[in-house]
Design a protein around this ligand. Sequence first.
Ligand code: FAD
Length: 290
Amino acid sequence: MSELHVAEVTRTAWLTPGMVRVTFGGEGLRGFRTTGVGDEFVRVHFPSSDGVLHLPTIDEDGVWHYPEGVDDHVEPYTIRRHDEATGEVDIDLVVHGHGRAGAWASAAVQGDRVAFGDPRGLYRPPSGAIEQVFVTDATGLPALARLSEQLPPGIRAVAAVEVAEESHRMPVGDGSLAVRWIVGRGNGVGPSAITEALRALPITDDCYVWVAGEAGELRAARRYLRHERGLSADRYAVIGYWRDRQEEWLERYEGLDDDTVASLQAIWQSADDDEVRRDRYDEHLARLGL
Ligand SMILES: Cc1cc2nc3c(=O)[nH]c(=O)nc-3n(C[C@H](O)[C@H](O)[C@H](O)COP(=O)(O)OP(=O)(O)OC[C@H]3O[C@@H](n4cnc5c(N)ncnc54)[C@H](O)[C@@H]3O)c2cc1C
């Protein structure tokens, strides 16, 4: 397991009424190294509800253990910016009104602390992809902004972004990226338009498609790309960033009997490639109403 870097808030800034940027610094970030991949993310350990940041220990199987009674909260977040010279890191958090991470960010002040491990990127366009399609909701805006800033010259890119409110739109990229904004859909305020948006965008043989958003909605998006459009697995990345009514979903998942859980887990141990396993896993979950 990678080392956990303790990061201290140095400042915060509201980017829109729905998103706050938290800038971190401090000694703990000295050893932090970026992968350079535009959608790289870390698992952020937030303080527990007593306001204290309790760090876990790790056992030989790589499992984290928190001190007894600690209600740990760990969520993945994109590294929006890393300054190699100063070690500073920006993370942009959606404040959606339900979660602990967003509430923490909107109240964060200088000196508050979180911890995170080393980053991992998922954006992997194949060589030869000269067109880029991005579709996301607000949670993917930090990654989209960084990915578009890092696009190599000569790549044609288009994006569709759904946001809860008009005021949640923000500048993305250097102005050369054509962004279609979809207001009032997804983001927990309405049915997502991600799959509709994908259907309306030009997807060619030279394209790489990056999609992020609510995990349930993304099943349809992935089916469209893989089964209707017949894209090979290296031509797209469809990444579930959050789950609507996660508490209910988890409660139902945790209520599954042992045999069902074992049959779900067995899918990931099969010799099939990742995309086939994902297909089978999604189908099985859908049959279970999850
Ligand atoms: C690779 C990756 C990168 C990510 N990068 C970012 C990022 O840069 N910025 C960012 O804001 N998010 C990002 N996310 C999404 C973020 O991790 C989730 O939204 C997370 O659930 C937020 O935690 P929370 O404590 O606010 O809410 P939780 O405690 O996880 O959830 C509480 C309730 O809030 C609901 N909820 C969670 N997220 C949202 C949302 N966005 N809109 C509406 N309702 C929601 C849940 O359904 C649940 O009912 C990323 C996720 C992944 C997988």
